[in-house]
Write a protein that binds this ligand. Structure first.
Ligand SMILES: [Mg+2]
Length: 276
């Protein structure tokens, strides 16, 4: 007789791990986008908002490097400088990026509506709150300070400069697991507004929820999003949902204000022995 048993976790969500910009603060993920544009402008190679946003979620130096690898940007760079951008150019731009980013972070650090309510409900059910980010620790310190004043204080924060490799590697999520004393990765949920951030959670073995409207995918402040004509708003929203589902998200919703039904569903699936 050939048979085997299979072990499965049945229990509540132990931790929810949130991204920062576009997820809990900075509706539209504006702060990094405006600075990437400025850094390239200073090198005489203007880039579009779309080019600036493409690699969002990765470590900011990696992000700059990935922009320099876009065909159209390389062509414009070569036309301006007589040669393709090098690693030294990327280093120089990241050096410019750091003080510019530090300077504007507080302009974009307001909490996204729904954050405090979601965190309160998760904690009431016994879940812990972790965070990860493509920002370095000195940049994150500003977000942490401003968010704390507004009432958001995560139990653990891991930044791109705390780990050997940032997103889409699972390092930051798994460091949160260690920091939070979580026993089981499939009892964790990663929530993010970018595809590299969804991949980070999937690579860590976690459930994932993509946020389509509040972050980099639509890429507009809350006021500008509300000003869009209905047809335009629906078109941009639908495109963002498609990209996040194609990126592997288990669930996609508009913003952090809409996550609770997803968390209920994940707990029901865990109770049935399902895994991410
Ligand atoms: Mg983000």
């Amino acid at each position: 007789m050939n048979f085997r048993y299979r072990r499965s976790y049945r229990g509540p969500i132990q931790a929810v791990i949130f991204d920062w910009a576009g997820t809990v603060v900075d509706f539209g993920c504006m702060a990094p986008a405006v600075v990437f544009i400025e850094v390239f402008k200073r090198k005489g190679v203007p880039i579009s908002m779309e080019e600036a946003r493409g690699p969002m979620g990765t470590h900011k130096r990696v992000h700059i490097q990935q922009i320099t690898q876009l065909d159209a940007v390389r062509q414009r760079w070569t036309a301006k400088h007589g040669k393709a951008p090098t690693e030294a150019d990327v280093d120089a731009m990241y050096k410019d990026f750091i003080p510019l980013q530090l300077k504007v972070l507080s302009d974009y650090s307001a909490l996204i509506p729904g954050t405090l309510e979601a965190v309160k409900t998760i904690r009431k059910r016994g879940g812990k709150i972790g965070t990860t980010t493509g920002y370095s620790s000195d940049m994150t310190a500003i977000n942490l300070r401003d968010a704390a004043r507004a009432g958001f204080k995560p139990d653990s924060t891991v930044t791109a400069s705390d780990v050997p490799v940032g997103r889409p590697s699972p390092n930051m999520c798994l460091q949160n697991v260690i920091n939070l004393g979580v026993t089981t990765v499939e009892a964790c949920v990663k929530i993010d507004d970018t595809v590299p951030g969804i991949e980070e959670g999937l690579n860590a073995g976690m459930w994932t929820i993509g946020l389509a409207v509040s972050g980099n995918e639509v890429g507009l402040s809350l006021a500008d999003y509300r000003k869009l004509a209905k047809a335009d708003r629906e078109r941009r929203r639908a495109a963002a949902y498609r990209r996040m589902y194609q990126g592997g998200g288990h669930y996609v919703v508009d913003s952090i204000a809409d996550i609770m039904p997803c968390l209920d569903d994940i707990e029901a699936r865990l109770e049935r022995g399902e895994r991410p």
